[in-house]
Design a binder for this molecule. Structure first.
Ligand code: AP5
Ligand code: MG
Length: 231
């Protein structure tokens, strides 16, 4: 067993969970950490948006919930996510962004991992006050190709309107309309807090000040992960 990111064959995978409300910075940090640690970034929201764009039955089913700012039902979400976690891309480990988001999902994930002798190594809870969240989401632009988020003030792309990684034209998300953002906050924060409580019991939650600049949040996350090395 090794705690090194991207550990070799037979090593326990490094599985990290990023938790935070709408716009807390999960996707931003997951993208950076995935490049830094060589782990796949699995984001349930991005997976649903990709299914929706591809017009699959899963995407169609998810659409109605996403448009109302509600959570997609557990049975759809768990099946989709477990499939991704079992792919070869996740062999070294994964950064989980947006899943699990209910205690039901958390228990399903814990059981699947335990069956392989695995577990979530650390839960990184990015805390940001609600007023700041609404402002952040209003200025967000996202790459429809790779899902990388940008912000027009705090994290602009190098070439205006284009993704730094693949040059695709950036878009605003359909569910970032103010009324949907309010619904997402109202409906999704309470179950998220229950997930945090669930993992607090296992003593693996790190609370991070998400109001700091992006690089400072990354530094805190890396320090938290390394404080767990060997644990
Ligand atoms: P999802 O796509 O996961 O949306 P979300 O949780 O609401 O989170 P966001 O992606 O909006 O925010 P983020 O934390 O990734 O922030 P970001 O890094 O972009 O889910 C969408 C929908 O899918 C859900 O509403 C639900 O319907 C469904 N769904 C998904 N998962 C599900 C599940 N498990 N179960 C059931 N349903 C599910 O940052 C936001 C902005 O802030 C950006 O512009 C960024 O540049 C900027 N920023 C980031 N960090 C900083 C910083 N430190 N300082 C200043 N600006 C910053
Ligand atoms: Mg995101």
């Amino acid at each position: 067993m090794t705690d090194e990111p991207g550990g070799g064959a037979g090593a326990e995978r490094l599985i990290l969970l990023l938790v935070g409300a709408v716009g807390a910075g999960k996707g931003t940090q997951a993208g950076i950490l995935s490049r830094e640690l060589g782990l796949v970034h699995l984001a349930s929201g991005n997976l649903f948006r990709a299914a929706l764009a591809a017009g699959t039955p899963l995407g169609e089913e998810a659409r109605e919930y996403m448009e109302r700012g509600e959570l997609v039902p557990d049975e759809l979400t768990i099946a989709m996510f477990m499939e991704e976690l079992a792919r070869p891309a996740a062999r070294a480990g994964a950064i989980l962004d947006g899943f699990p988001r209910t205690v039901g999902q958390a228990k399903a994930l814990d059981e699947t991992l335990a069956a392989n002798g695995e577990r979530i190594r650390a839960v990184l809870y990015i805390e940001v006050p609600t007023e700041a969240l609404v402002r952040r989401v209003a200025g967000r632009w996202v790459c429809p190709q790779c899902g990388t988020p940008y912000h027009e003030d705090t994290d602009p792309p190098k070439v205006p309107g284009r993704c730094d990684l693949d040059g695709t034209e950036l878009r605003q998300r359909d569910d970032d309309r103010p009324e949907v953002v309010r619904a997402r906050l109202e409906k999704q924060v309470p179950p998220m807090l229950e997930v945090v409580d669930h993992y607090e019991r296992a003593g693996i939650v790190h609370r991070l000040d998400g109001m700091q600049p992006i690089e400072a949040v990354t530094d805190d996350i890396l320090a938290a992960i390394h404080s767990r090395a060997g644990g």
